[in-house]
Design a protein around this ligand. Structure first.
Ligand SMILES: [Zn+2]
Length: 231
C-alpha cells in the first residue's frame, strides 16, 4: 500500500478517535447533571408551602364561622328562651343577631372561597408531582443510557487506539513523523488531490509535485503544507 494511502487511513482513524473523545466529553458532562430536575423540585416545594398557607387560611375561615355560629346560637337562646321580656333588651338582642348573621354570611363566602382555592392548589400540586415523577424516571433512564454510552465509547476508543498502533507500526517512521508534525500545525495533515488541486487549500499543484504524489511517496502541498494523497 502506498505510504500516502496509509497516512490517509491513519488520519481517518485519528478523526474517529477525536470525534469519539468529543462525544465522550459531552456525555461525561451530562452525568449527574440534574439542574432542570432540581428546579422543578424546588418549585414543587414552594407550591407545597403555598398549599399549606391555603390550608391554614381555610381552617381559620372555618373556625371564624364556627365562632360566629356559636355566638348566634347563644343570642338565639336569649332571644327565644323566654327569660328576657324587656322590649329594649330584646330589640338590642335582635340587632346583635342581625349583625352576627351578616357576619356569618360574609364568613361563609370567605370559607367557601378558601376551600375552592385550596382544592385548586391541591389538584395543581398533585398533577405537578405526577409530572415530576415522570421527569425523574426519564432522567434515571437517561443516566443509565449515558453510562452505557460512555462504556461503549471507551471501548471504541480502545479499539481505535489499537488499530492506530497497528497501522503506525506498518508505516515508514519518517512518514509518520512528518504526519505528526503537519497534524500539530494543521490538524488535518493529509489532503486529497482532485483534478490537480489540493482539496484543503484549493490551489493548483505543480506538475512535479503531482508526479511525486502519484508515486505514493509523501509530498507536501506547496501552499498549505499538507501531505498530498491521490487515490
Ligand atoms: Zn494545499
Amino acid at each position: 500500500m502506498p505510504v500516502t494511502k496509509q497516512l490517509y487511513e491513519l488520519q481517518e482513524i485519528d478523526t474517529e478517535i477525536e470525534h469519539a473523545h468529543q462525544t465522550l466529553d459531552l456525555k461525561k458532562g451530562q452525568v449527574g447533571k440534574r439542574e432542570e430536575l432540581d428546579a422543578v423540585q424546588k418549585k414543587l416545594a414552594a407550591d407545597e408551602k403555598v398549599l399549606e398557607e391555603l390550608q391554614h387560611k381555610r381552617r381559620e375561615a372555618e373556625s371564624e364561622l364556627d365562632d360566629t355560629s356559636s355566638k348566634i346560637k347563644a343570642v338565639e337562646e336569649q332571644l327565644y328562651g323566654g327569660k328576657i321580656n324587656n322590649p329594649k333588651e330584646l330589640g338590642n338582642l335582635q340587632h346583635e343577631m342581625n349583625t352576627l348573621k351578616g357576619f356569618s354570611d360574609e364568613q361563609e363566602t370567605k370559607a367557601l372561597e378558601a376551600i375552592e382555592s385550596m382544592e385548586a392548589a391541591e389538584n395543581a400540586l398533585a398533577a405537578a408531582n405526577e409530572d415530576f415523577k415522570k421527569l425523574e424516571a426519564e432522567w434515571q433512564q437517561q443516566q443509565k443510557q449515558l453510562k452505557s454510552d460512555i462504556e461503549s465509547l471507551n471501548k471504541t476508543i480502545d479499539e481505535l487506539t489499537e488499530n492506530r498502533k497497528l497501522l503506525v507500526s506498518q508505516i515508514d517512521t519518517t512518514a509518520v513523523d512528518l504526519y505528526e508534525k503537519v497534524r500539530k500545525q494543521k490538524k488535518q495533515a493529509v489532503a486529497r488531490v482532485e483534478q490537480g488541486i489540493c482539496r484543503a487549500c484549493r490551489i493548483s499543484l505543480s506538475a512535479s509535485v503531482l508526479q511525486k504524489a502519484r508515486g505514493g511517496q509523501p509530498v507536501q502541498c506547496g501552499t498549505c503544507g499538507r501531505i498530498l494523497f491521490i487515490s
